[in-house]
Design a binder for this molecule. Sequence first.
Ligand SMILES: Cc1cc2nc3c(=O)[nH]c(=O)nc-3n(C[C@H](O)[C@H](O)[C@H](O)COP(=O)(O)O)c2cc1C
Length: 226
Amino acid sequence: MNPGESQRAPWIVGVSGASGTPYAAAVLRALLAAGESVDLVVSRASRLTLLDETGISFRDAHWRTDLHAWLSRGADGKPGTFDVDLAGDRVRHWSAGDLAAGPSSGSYPAKGMLIVPASTASVAGVALGLSKDLLQRSASVTLKEGRRLVVAVRETPLDGRTLRHLVTLDDAGATVVPASPAFYAGATHIQDLVDFVAGRVLDAAGVEHDLYRRWRGDLGGARPTT
Ligand SMILES: Cc1cc2nc3c(=O)[nH]c(=O)nc-3n(C[C@H](O)[C@H](O)[C@H](O)COP(=O)(O)O)c2cc1C
């Protein structure tokens, strides 16, 4: 390694244009809380879902300000719910159109990639190896390098084409984690349901977190008392 070169090995987080920007926010917060570094790729379409779901316009030139506004919001839309520190080099942002960005090459050090939420379009693009933008290219690189790829698909109902693309991704070594919250963990707020999905994404990546109450074998053990 050249003198001064960083040992940084981030998780690449791709946010595509499916509904579910609170899932991405919860995953990003938890990665940072776990001491991980993150390289963020926000697809063009996801700017529309982010605007729709939070009112935030994500601008490449002001990504740190816009990301802070996004991550500090609760799933119920309340600003300032979470303390988020984005100072330093822990988070990097790459423009979705930048096909020369670090994550576009297998020689760029990365632990793996999480696509959360994953649209059916991104699922198709990665399954077919289209690499039409940096998100899809990074996912293809992740697979070809044999690194962990977690795909949190969000659509309903699913048609045969998407189901086949998901099987292709599974066959290629990805882990498909449908963004489908469970109700056994004692959810009482929207954030609990969001955190459950985010927690399962991180479980698939092998990242420690404390986002949801795990099943302990006691039926009704997490049910809120009234
Ligand atoms: C408000 C909004 C919500 C959307 N929700 C979904 C969704 O839940 N799942 C999905 O697959 N596509 C959804 N789409 C469509 C995708 O954004 C569209 O297919 C886009 O091409 C995805 O591009 P990307 O994968 O490059 O981000 C939604 C679009 C909008 C504007």
